[in-house]
Design a protein around this ligand. Structure first.
Ligand code: URA
Length: 467
C-alpha cells in the first residue's frame, strides 16, 4: 500500500509531524511513502491510501528541532529523508549525534541552509512606513524573497523586534501580518512589491556612513550580502560606487589622518585650553558645574562596544552613585532597550555633560538642563570617549546629546528616528530622552517612539555585525 501525505504550505512541519507519527508508529517503510507539498503535481500515487491511526511513540528531542528546520527546506527529498532518519532514530537514540552518518550529515546541511536563510531575512528585510493619518499604531510594509519556506519560522523574531508596530511582510508565497499584536499568515501568491520612500534614504545615508573603505573585503561582502538580495535593498545601488571609490578614499583617509580630532573639538580646545591639572575629568573646572556636583560621572561599558548611548547629564542618583543612567530614567531606558532587543551591557553609555546641574529647593536638588556653553565646555570628554570606543553607531537621547553630537540644537520631535552625521564623522541616531516619557502626559506615545528608535538602533547594530 502506498501513502502520499500532502503537506500544506502553512503548518508544513505540524502536518509532516502528524503524518510521520502515524506512519512510523505503524512501521510503514519509507519506500511506501511519497511525500508531496500540497498544490504540487500529484505524484504517481495521487492522494494515496488513508493514513493509519497514530500509536504511542517517542522521538529524541533534538530530532524535533532538526525536523522543524528541515521541513522548511525546498531541497528535493527533504521530507523523505527526515522520515527515514526518524525511523532509524527509534532503534538508535544517539543517531543524531553521529556526525559521520551520511543521512544525518545531509539533514544538518539542510538545517544550516535554513538558518542562513533566516539570518539573511533578519538582516535584509527593509520596512517602509505606511501609517495612515490618525492611526494609533505605526504601520510598516516589507517585501522579501527567501530561498526556503521560512516565513513561519522567522515570524517570532519580527514580532519580538517590532512588537509595538503593525507590519506586513510579503513574500512570493506567503503574507505575514502582525496587527494589533496578532500574528497571522496567509498562503497567497504575490508579485514583487516596489517599495521606495524616505526610509530608503535613511538606509542609504546610514550605509554610506558605516561603509569603511579601509576594511573593504569584496568577497566576504558578497558572500554575506549576495547579489540576489541587492534588488530589495535601498543601499545596494551605492555599493558599486563605494567599491570603486574605496582605494581613493583610503588614500584620502591616510592623508587626512593627522587633521583628526574634529575641527569643532579643536575650536573648543582653543577657547578652553587644557591647563595643567585639568586634564582629568574628575578635576575638571572647564565650566562652573563641577563646583556644585558630588562628582563627575564618566561613561560605562565595553570600550569596544559597537553602540554608544549618550544622554544629557547625570541626575540626582547618578551624581551620588558615580555611574550613568542608574536612576528612574536609566531604569526606564533599560526596560525599553530590552524590549527593543538592545542589550545595554553591550553598549557604552555616557552623557553629553558629566556633572549634575541642579538648583537646591529645600532638601531636594531640582534638575536643570545644561546650557550651550556648558555643553561645549564638556564636549572634550565626549570627544575622547568617542575616539576611545570608536562605536559604529551613536544614539543621542534628547536635545542636549543631539546638540553635543551633531552641533544642531533643533527640536527633537522632528528629528527623532533619523540618522544624522555627527561632528566626529559617525552616524548619530536621534532619539527621545527617557525623562521626556516620565514627564509627559502622552507617555504611551512617547514610549512607543523611543521603542521604535531603539529598535532601529538594534536593527542597525545587527546589520553591522552581519557586514
Ligand atoms: N539622565 C541622563 O541623561 N543621564 C543619566 O545618566 C541619567 C539621567
Amino acid at each position: 500500500m502506498i501513502y502520499a501525505p500532502q503537506l500544506p504550505r502553512l503548518g508544513t512541519f505540524e502536518a509532516w509531524r502528524d503524518a510521520a507519527r502515524a506512519l512510523a508508529s505503524n512501521d510503514v517503510p519509507p519506500e511506501d511513502v511519497e511525500w508531496a507539498m500540497e498544490g504540487a503535481e500529484a505524484g504517481l500515487f495521487g492522494g494515496g491510501a488513508a493514513l493509519p491511526d497514530a500509536r504511542e511513540m517517542s522521538v529524541p528531542r533534538g530530532f524535533v528541532q532538526l525536523a522543524k528546520l528541515v521541513c522548511a527546506s525546498r531541497a528535493v527529498g527533504a521530507h523523505d529523508l527526515l522520515y527515514r532518519v526518524l525511523l532509524r532514530c527509534r532503534g538508535n537514540g544517539n543517531l543524531l549525534s553521529n556526525r559521520a552518518d551520511p543521512q544525518v550529515q545531509q539533514l544538518e546541511v539542510w538545517a544550516k541552509n535554513i538558518r542562513r536563510d533566516m539570518h539573511k531575512m533578519k538582516a535584509f528585510v527593509r520596512f517602509r512606513e505606511v501609517t495612515p493619518q490618525g492611526a494609533n499604531r505605526r504601520q510598516f510594509l516589507s517585501w522579501f524573497e527567501p530561498d526556503h519556506r521560512i516565513e513561519e519560522l522567522i515570524a517570532p523574531f519580527f514580532t519580538r523586534r517590532f512588537g509595538d508596530m503593525d507590519w506586513v511582510i510579503v513574500t512570493p508565497e506567503v503574507t505575514t501580518r502582525f496587527e494589533g499584536g496578532e500574528l497571522s499568515h496567509e498562503s497567497i501568491t504575490s508579485e514583487r512589491l516596489d517599495l521606495s520612500d524616505e526610509t530608503e534614504d535613511l538606509w542609504r545615508t546610514y550605509y554610506a556612513n558605516i561603509f569603511n573603505p579601509a576594511r573593504l573585503k569584496i568577497k566576504a561582502m558578497q558572500s554575506e550580502m549576495p547579489k540576489k538580495y541587492w534588488k530589495n535593498l535601498p543601499e545596494a545601488d551605492l555599493i558599486p560606487g563605494l567599491i570603486a571609490q574605496a582605494e581613493a578614499r583610503v588614500r584620502q583617509m591616510q592623508k587626512d589622518a593627522p587633521t583628526l580630532p574634529p575641527i569643532r573639538a579643536e575650536r573648543i580646545l582653543e577657547r578652553l585650553p587644557v591647563r595643567a591639572g585639568q586634564d582629568d575629568l574628575h578635576s575638571c573646572a572647564r565650566c562652573p558645574l563641577g563646583a556644585q556636583a558630588t562628582q563627575a560621572v564618566g561613561g560605562a561599558g565595553p570600550l569596544d562596544a559597537p553602540l554608544m548611548i549618550v544622554g544629557e547629564q547625570p541626575g540626582d542618583h547618578e551624581d551620588l552613585a558615580g555611574k550613568p543612567f542608574v536612576g528612574p530614567a536609566g531604569q526606564l531606558f533599560d526596560e525599553i532597550a530590552a524590549q527593543a532587543g538592545l542589550d545595554r551591557s553591550a553598549a557604552y553609555v555616557t552623557n553629553a555633560v558629566k556633572h549634575f546641574k541642579f538648583t537646591p529647593r529645600g532638601k531636594r536638588r531640582i534638575h536643570q538642563s545644561p546650557n550651550r556653553s556648558e555643553i561645549d565646555a564638556c564636549r572634550i570628554w565626549l570627544t575622547r570617549e568617542i575616539a576611545q570606543v570608536s562605536p559604529a553607531l551613536i544614539v543621542a537621547l534628547g536635545a542636549t546629546a543631539a546638540q553635543a553630537l551633531t552641533g544642531n540644537g533643533a527640536q527633537i520631535m522632528q528629528r527623532r528616528g533619523r540618522v544624522e552625521q555627527g561632528l566626529d564623522g559617525l552616524p548619530v541616531l536621534i532619539a527621545l530622552h527617557p525623562s521626556a516619557i516620565l514627564r509627559s502626559d502622552q507617555s504611551a506615545q512617547m514610549r512607543a517612539a523611543l521603542l521604535a528608535d531603539l529598535q532601529l538602533a538594534a536593527q542597525m547594530i545587527e546589520e553591522i555585525s552581519a557586514l
